[in-house]
Design a protein around this ligand. Sequence first.
Ligand SMILES: *[C@@H]1O[C@H](CO)[C@@H](O)[C@H](O)[C@H]1NC(C)=O
Ligand SMILES: *[C@@H]1O[C@H](CO)[C@@H](O)[C@H](O)[C@H]1NC(C)=O
Ligand SMILES: *[C@@H]1O[C@H](CO)[C@@H](O)[C@H](O)[C@H]1NC(C)=O
Ligand SMILES: *[C@@H]1O[C@H](CO)[C@@H](O)[C@H](O)[C@H]1NC(C)=O
Ligand SMILES: *[C@@H]1O[C@H](CO)[C@@H](O)[C@H](O)[C@H]1NC(C)=O
Ligand SMILES: *[C@@H]1O[C@H](CO)[C@@H](O)[C@H](O)[C@H]1NC(C)=O
Length: 471
Amino acid sequence: MAKTFLDILACIILVSFHSASAIQLNLDDHASIHHAASTVAYGMMKYYHGNETGQTPGLLPEPYYWWEAGAMFGALIDYWRYTGDSTYNDVVSQAMLWQASANQDFMPPNQTKAEGNDDQAFWAITALMAAESGFPNPPPEDPQWLALAQAVFNLQAARWDHETCNGGLRWQIFPFNRGYHYKNSISQGGFFDLAVRLGAFTGNSTYYDWADKMYAWCESVGLISPTYQVFDGTDSLIKCSELNHDQWSYNTAIFLHGSAVMYNQTTGTTQETWRNRTAGFLQSSFAFFTSPSTSSSQTPANSPATNANKTIMYEAACERSATCNTDQRSFKAYLSRWLAATSQLAPFTAPSILPLLRSSALAAAQSCSGGTDGVTCGQKWWVEGWDGNYGVGEQMSALEVIQSCLVEGSRAPLDGSDGGASQGNAGAGGGTGREGAEDVEEIGKRDREGAVALTVVLVLGTVAAAWWMAV
Ligand SMILES: *[C@@H]1O[C@H](CO)[C@@H](O)[C@H](O)[C@H]1NC(C)=O
Ligand SMILES: *[C@@H]1O[C@H](CO)[C@@H](O)[C@H](O)[C@H]1NC(C)=O
Ligand SMILES: *[C@@H]1O[C@H](CO)[C@@H](O)[C@H](O)[C@H]1NC(C)=O
Ligand SMILES: *[C@@H]1O[C@H](CO)[C@@H](O)[C@H](O)[C@H]1NC(C)=O
Ligand SMILES: *[C@@H]1O[C@H](CO)[C@@H](O)[C@H](O)[C@H]1NC(C)=O
Ligand SMILES: *[C@@H]1O[C@H](CO)[C@@H](O)[C@H](O)[C@H]1NC(C)=O
């Protein structure tokens, strides 16, 4: 009886001790990084029910959009690559293959009515990460990772828009969707990144030609500025004559990563060009590291501060004003992911990237001290603790920045020539994927009202962000 009482007491003490503690992270100890990443990944997967009976594999519950789930499975592939922990591999495979759909191109009928090129690209990039990292291949009767990415590439290449602004991709796939007229950087960046990676993986130079064409187009309309800032998008209704100047970390990061792949794969003057671009995007990504609490100017400094307080990653356009939406809360995940990969592909960047990842990881771990489990991660890493925010984006961002600290000495992604063994199909996909547009539009009509309400919310959000940027 006394023993039972003591056991209970010990248990209570342990529990309360546990919930009071943040995630412990010692960056000099690989086991500590594994452990922290595993705790954060577990917290992230509490949101996912797609593998339970009666649920749809690959979907996150509301308010998370389809694309974020695709991105999340990418974070878990990197989790496996960095830590060797295969706990989530089966869940990831099941989700990916389900959402690849019968068409094998990440245009599942339930999603197509509202699917953007950027949404599709995030799933395709996850498939490509699986191919590059030697993630277990699906059974032969199922679509293969490389072929899935190639299918998406082929569809998007066929969607290259000859009608307006001399090219580029529209945000939305279908003309009946709002956003069809918008040409946003993440759609261009998604295609660019897919193209360079497929070029590196397969050695087929057609992919590089498309990457060059896309990069040149982004420069021509000003989405990429001469100082390597990446602006949110431009509008085909006004011939891409004006830009939405919002800057989001994942836009800079995706062009940084793609440029680093090109640098890695080229030689001579071409390599020097891509080296300059890699260095340029890296420099402009430093804008996402200035701590808001110490900066009196509303414009983030364009260089990392030497002060330790100014080396913490943040989403410059919305964190300070507390206006980050569900999507934006996950963007630091991709900045972390692509910075880490860049440090491997373009080793000259490692000395500036690695310290930023480390200081951000420590701050992120410190933010993972909230919720009823005591290890829920927050959004603002610069507040020294949990800020009361929580969600998939918060968990994913913390996961990616923490596991990125294992990048040094980790196995670099394979290419097709040095053992990458995913089966490809250069001809996968077909057409633009718009062929079923009438059916899709019919389903779309039913959802139109909801979409309008959502657009109003998004527009208000953008106005608020623009106001903040302007102040
Ligand atoms: C679903 O996946 C989680 C891991 O995220 C696992 O713990 C759980 O047992 C799985 N559920 C089913 C029904 O397979
Ligand atoms: C589409 O939705 C139906 C009904 O919710 C579901 O049963 C099916 O699994 C979904 N398909 C995909 C690919 O998500
Ligand atoms: C790269 O940048 C350096 C320094 O700005 C410049 O001198 C050089 O011409 C650039 N190289 C290429 C190929 O653009
Ligand atoms: C950053 O600076 C602010 C204001 O001086 C301070 O409140 C905060 O604790 C600092 N954060 C860190 C991580 O040192
Ligand atoms: C390309 O990436 C590999 C893998 O990280 C690296 O070992 C190699 O040095 C890189 N090549 C160049 C030219 O930096
Ligand atoms: C290279 O890729 C292009 C674009 O997908 C494809 O049309 C072509 O067949 C590929 N070439 C080879 C040799 O696989």
